[in-house]
Structure formats: C-alpha cells, structure tokens
Design a protein around this ligand. Structure first.
Ligand SMILES: [Zn+2]
Length: 674
C-alpha cells in the first residue's frame, strides 16, 4: 500500500479543534483567491486554487462528521453534530460570496476554454452555474427578494413537515369493522368506549397501524374510512402546500426560469421538462396496458369475494381496494414464506459470499487489515486492490483505497444501511488521495447460540449499498466534486439498482445461500417464488409511481396561481392509477413530504433510474452476470469517471447506444407472464 491505513482516534476536543481549523483554512484560502486582480484571474490562479481549498476541507471534515453516526461516546457524537452545523452554515455563506463569483467570472473571461480538459471545462461551468442558480448574478435588490422568498419556503416546509411528524390523529373501529385485520395488530390499538357505548379500537395513522388495516380489513367501508382519514390527517397543510408552490414559481421567475421544474431539472440528467414529460407519458402508455390486465384479475377476485361476504359487487376498482386485493392475489398465487427463506441466509455466509462476488465481478482483491484502530471493535478495515494490477506487479501495485464495514447494531449507532464515501479519489496538492468508503448497516447478530439470519430483502439492501461503496472505491477523477457517487442526482441510484439484479439470479442465490441447519443451498422452487414476489403487481405499483412523478411535474410547471390542488390530485390519481374514489376528494398531497423537501420536480427520478438500471443490466450483464469482461467494462465506463462527465454520456459509452426503456418494459411484462 502506498499509504498507511487511516486510524480513528478522534476525541470531542480533536473534532472541534481540527474542524474549526479546517473551516478557517478554507476561509483564508478563499479570501486570498477573492483578492486576485481581475487581469490575474485565470484557471490556475482561481479554479485550481478553489479546488485545492475544497478538497482539503473535505479531507479534514468528512471523517470527523462521520463520527456522529458511529461513535460510542456521546461527547464525540455531540462534537461531531455541532461541527456539522457549523460546517453547513459556513458552506452556505461561502457559496454565496459575491467576491468569489466576480473572480470566477474574470477567470472564465481570461481562459481559453479549448485548452482545458473536458473535466476542467465541466468544473468551470459547474462552479459558475451553481452560483448563478443561487442568484449571485442578480442585482442586490432582486437577490434579497429571492433570499426572502427562499427563507419563507423553508419556514413553510418546516411547518409542513412538523405537521406530518407530529400528527396524532386516528379512527375508532369496532371489532366487527376490523374483521380480517391480524389479531396482533388490533391488540396494539388502544381500546375505549365510543359515544354510543360500543367498545372501539383506535387505529392511528402511523404505518404499523394503518397498513395492516388497509391491507387486510374485509369490509370495504372500513378500508374507505381508513384511507380517507389517512389522507386527511394533515389537511392543515393544504394552504401551506399551495403557498410553497406559488413561492417556488416566483423564485423561478426571479432567476429567469419558466417554472420551478425547469430550474430544478437543469443540473440533472433529465435536464428539461420536455424530456421528463416525454419519459413519463411514454412509460405511462406502456405500463397502463399491464396495469389494466392486473385490474381485470383483481376485479374478478373482488367479485368472488363480494359473493363470499354476501355484499353487493360494485364493479369498481376503488382507491381503498388496491392494496387489499393485491395482498389477496399475492397470497393466492405466491405462497412465499419469508421465515422459510430466511433460514437459507445466515449473515456470516452471506457477507463472505457477497464480498467474494464483488471481488470476482469487478476484478478486485480485498485484504482485511488486522489490528486496525477503528471506532469500534466490530468494525473492520479492508485494503482494496485492482486484482489484475496486483498480480502483474507481483503485489506492489494496484492499490485503490480503503473500505470499512460496520455491520452490526449497537446502541446510539446510525439505524439504517448506508455508505459514506468519506475520502474522494482525486488530485490533491501533494499528488492524489486514495478513496475511503465506509459502509454502516444493522444486520442481525447471533443470539442464544444460534447464527444470525437475514431476510432476502436485507440481502438485497446489503448488495445495493456495497454497490455505492465500490462506486467510490473504483472512481478516479481530477476534482472531488465529481468523484464516484457525485453524479447527477437522478442517476446516483442507477448503478446500485442495477446490482440488485444479482440477488435475483439463480446461480448467485444458490451461492449466497446455505441453510442454517442442513447447509443446503436455496432450492429452485423458493428461488422462483422470490422472483415471482418481486414481479408481482408491478403494473399498478409503477402506475402509482407514475402518478406521483407526473403530479409532481404538473404542480411544479403551473404558471400563476395554483388551481385547487386537492382536486387536481384526485383527478390525476383516478386517471393514472386506474382506481376510483367514488366521488370523494382527498387532500393526499398534504402528506406528500417528498415534493416539499428534496424530491420536488424530482420524484420521476425513482423510475428514471430504474429504467436505466434495467437497460444497463439487460444489455451488458443479463447473459452472463459474472462475466469478468462486463465487470471491467462497468468499472471503466460507469464507476471510474464518476460525475466527471454527463451521466447520459456515461450511459451511451457503456451501452454503445442511446439508453431506452425497452428492457424495463420487457422485464415488467415478462414478470407478469410468469
Ligand atoms: Zn442507494
């Protein structure tokens, strides 16, 4: 290894001290850059200097920031959180410096762009467009107006989200009304007596209460009451939602965009409203065919069930029927018992085999570093190498970076599975930096002398998250802002979503499974069931995704004062989801937190990345998922360049043609035929 493994010996004091010093150093560097005379501004003096200041800032701060998620010491976590707040505040102020924007523009003017590499050119463009998009190009007066509106939006968004989080409503049901709902769910509902003296159970609108009811309640009127109540639970958000939409439109106008969606899409892979509109409507046309077939099946089920329950059959597919009938259909056709499958996935075996698969697929070699000094004794440190280079150089070359795995739950640790690419692999002042990617998860621990087991779903998540780690480890760029997973936001999930396919491949499933008692691999019939479960109900599921995506685009492209959004929501839902609300109008958008924070004009991104991940898998890997040649191609064309070029270019280069939605559609229809 060209560098020694990192050590993790942070204390609360060292975090605060090192962190504050890093912020000061960055500010000093930017102050110096801001003073360069206009005629002396050029790519080297301004952009290279900025890039160096930025990467030093990241190298110092990212490992400290990470401690808030994994440290066992409260003082360390607190210091990291405090530093995180300071860093965020500083970063916002720094990004809004008009003096820096002036030198940047001067540097652009004095630079012969044709002499730059494509990554340098992209760096220059992005550094300038980020600031233009923040309003730095506006007059002081306009900029203030913009800032005031943005503040208003964030205040309203906080209120909106608080209403969602603090919502405490519920509905009272009698035991008869809850017929069909599993007993252990009902026992969790608080009991009381209603105004008519009946004993009632209160279902809250929290998912663990609501889902069992909407999925299982036999009586249509119970499901209707539950769904309408659920969608009304934060109706006080209705005016907030409309105000936020109107303010966003005003911000877009100040910045010179036709609408908020046009503004938000500009830096993404999709780029324009026209592209997302076409993407969504083309997909909708095709998925509707499948959705209608599914509705036919479900309506037959509904008819048979109505007869059985002795209630009139209304021949309508209601909003509140969908999940219920899909569950019935799944039970009838799939018969997949997660408890049985789980016995085939002992944690230790899965980890070992998944790591081996990644090494083979991507031509990598990992070595565990013994005696590493980390934040917890269960965390492990690995040196990652390019297998070919390591072999050719007889062990002296090919080092890529370090990986840390912290996979088991403990108190005060981050509660989900995620990857932090802490250190980018890019150019730094004294050469290059080697990436560090850390994976944190909460896999089951062995207990009572029995090995820990994983659900198949957890195996999928584990495989997916590791995909992000290797995006970081296999990438090399000149600038940290383009390293690894720093790609367009609507592409960032595509590589890992593609990798999920491996965990549905028969040969891979056999390899990563080993029955906890018998040691046998997963039998074919269970494999078929796992695949069938994935493919079940995909038409209606994707129509729902299309509804959210289309609604999101619609509300962010409306000019002037918004229409009555609840009515629009209802109408679009009926049109796209193929379900019917029996004349009701629910303000479902008042709980749609995605479009308030972060996924505004971005919900389409879920489907977008699914479509392109399906294309990548089908075109390059499906024939032979463990092909070394394909793995190398993927490393070279997708992982290596990270965000240093447009994702569209990356895809074209990898696929050898323009990407399309054919593989996605083929998979949907093939899944439905099985
Ligand atoms: Zn992911």
């Amino acid at each position: 290894m060209p560098i020694s493994p990192p050590q993790w010996k942070h204390t609360a004091e060292s975090i605060t001290k090192t962190g504050e010093a890093a912020i000061k150093a960055h500010e000093a560097a930017f102050n110096k850059i801001a003073q360069i005379k206009p005629e002396e501004c050029n790519f080297e003096s301004v952009l290279t200097a900025m890039a160096m200041a930025n990467v030093n800032f990241e190298l110092a701060l990212n490992p400290l920031d990470f401690m808030q998620y994994v440290s066992t010491e409260e003082s360390v976590r607190d210091a990291a959180v405090e530093l995180d707040k300071k860093t965020s505040e500083y970063s916002i102020t720094s990004a809004m410096r008009t003096d820096i924007f002036e030198v940047l523009k001067a540097a652009e003017k004095n630079t012969d762009v044709s002499k730059l590499t494509s990554e340098q050119k992209r760096f220059l463009e992005k550094e300038i467009s980020d600031r233009r998009r923040s309003g730095l190009d506006l007059s002081a007066e306009k900029r203030e107006e913009l800032m005031a509106k943005k503040k208003e939006i964030s205040k309203l968004s906080v209120d909106f989200n608080r209403n969602c989080n603090e919502e405490k409503g519920g509905i009272q049901f009698t035991a008869e009304e809850l017929e069909g709902v599993p007993e252990d769910s009902i026992t969790g509902f608080p009991k009381s007596t209603d105004s008519q003296g009946r004993e009632v159970h209160t279902m809250s609108f929290k998912t663990p209460d609501y889902m069992p009811v909407i999925d299982n309640a036999k009586r249509p009127e119970t499901r209707k009451k539950a769904l309408l109540g659920y969608e009304k639970k934060t109706e006080q958000n209705e005016p907030l939602f409309e105000q936020i939409m109107a303010l966003r439109q005003e911000c877009a106008s100040i910045l010179g965009y036709e609408n908020w969606a046009a503004y938000r899409l500009e830096p993404k892979m999709a780029k324009t409203v026209a592209t997302t509109d076409e993407f969504l409507s083309d997909l909708r046309k095709k998925v509707t065919v499948l959705g209608k077939e599914e509705v036919d099946t479900l309506m037959k089920l509904k008819e048979a069930e109505s007869k059985e329950l002795g209630i009139p059959f209304d021949n309508s597919f209601r909003h509140w029927d969908m999940r219920y009938l899909q569950r019935l259909d799944r039970q009838r056709t799939l018969d997949l018992d997660n408890e049985v499958t789980k016995q085939y996935f002992p944690v230790e075996h899965v980890i070992k085999e998944v790591l081996a698969i990644y090494q083979e697929l991507l031509s990598l070699k990992f070595f565990k570093i013994e005696g590493a000094k980390l934040w917890h004794e269960e965390a492990t440190q690995w040196a990652v190498f390019d297998a070919d280079k390591l072999e050719q150089s007889q062990g002296s070359e090919g080092f890529l970076g370090f990986m840390h795995l912290d996979l088991f739950p403990r108190e005060n640790k981050y509660g989900h599975a995620a990857v932090w690419c802490l250190i980018p692999g890019c150019v730094v002042s004294d050469g290059i930096s080697y990436p560090i990617a850390n994976m944190v998860a909460n896999l089951a621990k062995p207990s009572g002398g029995k090995p820990a087991l994983m659900q198949h779903n957890d195996v999928v998540t584990f495989f997916h998250e590791l995909g992000h780690a290797f995006h970081g480890l296999c990438s090399r760029t000149q600038y940290s802002r383009f390293h690894g997973t720093h790609v367009e936001r609507d592409f960032v999930e595509a590589p890992s979503q593609m990798l999920e396919n491996w965990v549905f491949e028969s040969s891979v499933l056999k390899r990563i499974s080993k029955h906890v008692d018998t040691g046998k691999e997963l039998p074919d019939d269970l494999i078929e069931k796992i695949i069938a479960a994935r493919d079940h109900g995909q038409g209606l599921f994707n129509l729902r995704q299309l509804f959210f995506g289309t609604f999101d685009m619609r509300i962010h492209t409306m000019k002037d004062k918004p229409e009555k959004i609840s009515e629009l929501y209802e109408k679009m839902r009926e049109d796209i989801c193929l379900t019917d609300g029996e004349g009701t109008v629910s303000p479902g958008q008042t709980g749609f937190a995605h479009v308030i924070g972060g996924y505004d004009a971005g919900y389409y991104g879920y489907l977008w990345s699914q479509v392109y991940s399906a294309d990548m898998y089908a075109t390059i890997f499906e024939q032979d998922p463990m092909s070394k040649a394909s793995g190398k191609l993927y490393r070279e064309k997708v992982l290596y360049p990270g965000g240093s070029r447009n994702a569209t270019e990356t895809l074209k280069d990898f696929l050898g043609r323009e990407p399309n939605n054919e593989a996605f559609m083929r998979k949907l229809f093939a899944g439905a035929k099985k």
